[in-house]
Design a binder for this molecule. Structure first.
Ligand SMILES: [Zn+2]
Length: 223
């Protein structure tokens, strides 16, 4: 009987351990998610067979899917209220003691076949967060990787918490707009990539990599 109990306990441990490992990077983290625009501001607008797709709706859909992935590993998610002022949105995230902030956007162009992945940062600690997220997004979406731009854009100019503004793809691209009105495979792929990028970020910090950047690595833009 004891032997059976031991085997049952062992099996339970084997079953639980991978789950514990999977959630470990997010232990105790608070992740602020901003869905860009809203509050009467639609952002970019794409079209599929004449039907408009507003960027604000795509931003919100990605946030909802990413939130449910993070809820699954017991990370704390703070949904930034869609305030008119970007400064106030960042303040809300800081007041919630968020560790990081992702401002989710989608790009726009008058060319309906322009499509690539790009992220924006401002402060030094933004880039460490942006690197794993940008590379996961570009890989998952299979689009040209236009990298991370540091030019004081959007919400990343405010506050001091690490933040990144993502433009995962162009909602004005006809295929992207039609996917949003259909299967929403791109929303799922984007949310999963952001989740993976966040896991990489927090894992590197829990390994002692956070905040430590050699001068050489910094020159090469690796941190
Ligand atoms: Zn936008």
């Amino acid at each position: 009987m004891k032997k059976v109990l031991f085997i049952v306990a062992l099996l339970a441990l084997v079953w639980v351990l991978p789950i514990a490992r999977a959630s470990a990077p997010f232990d105790g983290t608070i992740i602020a998610l901003d869905a860009g625009h809203g509050g009467g501001e639609s952002g970019a607008v794409g079209y599929c067979l004449g039907v408009p797709v507003a960027e604000e709706d795509v931003n919100r859909a990605v946030r909802a899917e990413l939130k449910s992935l993070l809820d699954g590993v017991a990370a704390s998610v703070f949904e930034v209220p869609q305030l008119a002022s970007r400064r106030d949105r960042v303040q809300a995230a800081e007041d919630a003691h968020a560790d990081v902030l992702i401002s989710i956007h989608h790009n726009g162009s008058s060319n309906t076949s322009t499509d690539y992945t790009q992220s924006f940062v401002t402060q030094k600690n933004d880039k460490e967060l942006a690197l794993p997220i940008q590379s996961a997004l570009a890989a998952a979406l299979g689009l040209p990787d236009r990298g991370i731009k540091s030019d004081g854009y959007g919400m990343t100019v405010y506050g001091s918490l690490p933040g990144v503004l993502t433009e995962a793809y162009f909602i004005t691209d006809t295929d992207e707009a039609c996917d949003f009105l259909g299967a929403r495979a791109r929303v799922s792929a984007e949310a999963r990539a952001m989740f993976d990028g966040l896991a990489t970020y927090f894992l590197s910090r829990s390994d002692g990599g956070g905040g430590s950047c050699s001068p050489d690595a910094e020159k090469q833009g690796k941190c």
